[in-house]
Write a protein that binds this ligand. Structure first.
Ligand code: FNR
Length: 195
């Protein structure tokens, strides 16, 4: 695959030692070279308040975030599970990007979800809560292979690197599948010259 796609990676944890961020970084490192990733910080986004859009004075952080996501070709969501759902941090970023009405930065962007948990279920509920939002956001979400990374603490060393060849190969497969998914679903094919 020679085409270059720009992919925003959003991580749903602010924790210093976030397993989710570690897994996201490892996954990005295993992705085909056709995908150029940027991890976009979402920790400084003020909570969404529709009044600020309606009154046409959105916070500068929202504007910068929307401007950063808009030109991207695709989005990778890496999320922990909080109370069997998506952390508020990530949901807030999704809400901010989805408005003002009719100007969603997510529209038509292919997406993939990796959920991560120290527990055995691998963030299944968060993964599927996110997919539910993607229906409304009109984001084609990669159906399979699905990525539920459970028992994550056992898969990483103290430097945040994968210790398991099986997981490494699994994440490589996820990212190769995502590259094919983007190629099939991205609204506009991109070229390296665009970089
Ligand atoms: C959690 N955790 C958790 N884990 C899980 O598998 N299912 C869940 O529903 C929850 N709920 C939950 C709520 C809240 C408020 C917190 C703080 C934590 C545990 C969670 O998976 C664990 O803290 C992870 O380490 C969080 O991901 P990061 O920060 O390591 O990426």
């Amino acid at each position: 695959m020679s085409t270059q796609y720009h992919v925003a990676a959003l991580v749903g944890s602010l924790r210093k030692g976030s397993y989710t961020r570690m897994i996201a970084k490892e996954a990005i490192g295993l992705a085909p070279s056709a995908l150029a990733f940027e991890i976009v910080d979402i920790g400084d986004l003020p909570l969404y308040n529709q009044d600020l859009d309606d009154e046409k004075h959105p916070p500068a952080e929202w504007v910068a975030f929307r401007d950063r996501i808009r030109p991207m070709d695709a989005v990778l969501f890496a999320t922990p599970e909080y109370n069997r759902s998506v952390p508020g941090l990530l949901k807030n970023a999704i809400d901010v990007g989805s408005r003002p009405y009719g100007s969603s930065v997510w529209d038509k962007k292919p997406a993939a979800v990796i959920s991560v948990s120290p527990g055995a279920i691998g963030g299944f509920a968060a993964n599927h809560n996110l997919r539910q939002s993607m229906v409304f956001l009109n984001m084609p979400a990669m159906q399979a292979p699905e990525a539920y990374i459970g028992n994550v603490a056992k898969l990483l060393d103290s430097n945040g690197r994968l210790t398991s060849d099986t997981t490494r190969q699994f994440l490589r497969t996820i990212m190769e599948s995502f590259a094919s998914w983007i190629e099939r679903n991205a609204p506009t094919p991109r070229t390296p010259e665009r970089c």
